[in-house]
Design a protein around this ligand. Structure first.
Ligand code: FMN
Length: 314
């Protein structure tokens, strides 16, 4: 079983990828989506989203990071993929799942699922624009408003030559509302031979096994649960190999988070307050002391004050 860290715009950036892959269990990361409009983006944009490209396209722990492109023009997706290729990424992923109104209004993300042929054309253009040695993967939802075209969409994607496909098992209309419909993916894993990765609502080890069983997939992708339970991937892997895994307790985890925030602050001076609150809002679902800490810090707007509060714990 492989476990991938889901791309999350505004959350899973370079520093977070380093942290999560250091905590263990992850086999691959994907960058936040890079919006491709009708233009050729400069190399520096790709390097900004994936500083890993300067070091072989892997995190500090050696986990590959695929670069994710999002756009509705086969021509410009292909041209930009060709430019990315020069930076030698370990892989290129194409986003067909983004539900945001801004993106879908501008013919991008999950809206493209309404047009399976266009989805296929985009994948084919990216695939043909880069060397066959660079894997091209895609990430989709079950559909836009329903899953009626799922098989047709996957047909086009597979025909166009992707090596793997991640499926967030919800439609765009479902957005992030539970449940995720893992079992809907079963027909796809039964029909297609490329690896299909199941994603959505995997919050625990038991969820991981249910998702694998119901979908027929062999690999999973974790998104928000990585923020809630940072060592979930390592726990799932340990269970899979029949070994014991000792999770960090809250004080240990908080130390790791504070160290990460110190590092991240050097690059993004104003970001500590928001990132701390954002992350605590996830952690409080798994760690009761995080709730107390969240209430303590939620009105703090000053970085020094935030660090003092975090260091003093609860
Ligand atoms: C804040 C946020 C940002 C996201 N950004 C992206 C993105 O840039 N690219 C993408 O393919 N999916 C993105 N997603 C979707 C996630 O990758 C994932 O498919 C979704 O969260 C479902 O998985 P989960 O239930 O494990 O969180 C985002 C999700 C969230 C919550």
């Amino acid at each position: 079983m492989r476990i991938f860290l889901a791309p999350m715009e505004g959350v899973i950036d370079y520093e977070m990828r380093n942290l999560f892959t250091q905590l263990g269990g992850f086999d691959r990361c994907v960058t936040e989506f890079i919006r491709v409009n009708d233009q050729l983006l400069p190399e520096r944009v790709f390097l900004r989203y994936s500083p890993e490209l300067e070091r072989g396209g892997v995190t500090d722990s050696g986990v590959p990071v695929y670069l994710q492109l999002l756009g509705g023009s086969p021509k410009f997706m292909g041209l930009n993929a060709a430019r990315v290729q020069v930076l030698e990424p370990p892989g290129i992923d194409i986003n067909f799942g983004c539900p945001s109104n801004t993106v879908t209004r501008n013919n991008g993300g999950s809206r493209l699922l309404l047009d399976p042929q266009l989805v296929g054309d985009i994948v084919a253009s990216v695939r043909e624009s880069v060397d066959p040695s660079i894997p091209v993967t895609a990430k989709i939802r079950l559909g836009f408003s329903n899953a009626d075209s799922l098989e047709c969409i996957v047909d086009k994607i597979v025909e166009a030559g992707v090596s793997e496909l991640s499926i967030h098992a919800r439609t765009r209309e479902d957005r992030y509302k539970p449940p995720a419909y893992w079992a809907t993916v079963k027909a796809i894993t039964e029909k297609f031979s490329i690896p299909i990765i199941i994603n959505g609502e995997i919050w625990s080890i038991d969820n991981a096994y249910s998702a694998l069983e119901q979908s027929g997939c062999r690999d999973i992708m974790l998104g928000r649960s990585a923020l809630t339970t940072p060592q979930l991937a390592a726990c799932i892997k340990a269970r899979h190999s029949g070994s014991e895994f000792q999770e960090m307790d809250w004080p240990e985890l908080l130390d790791v988070i504070v160290c990460y925030l110190y590092d991240a602050e050097k690059k993004h001076p104003d970001f500590v307050c928001n990132r701390s609150k954002q992350w605590l809002a996830f952690l409080l679902n798994a760690y009761p002391p995080a709730l107390t800490l969240f209430h303590k810090v939620k009105r703090i707007k000053n970085t020094k004050e935030m660090f003092n509060a975090l260091r003093s714990g609860i």
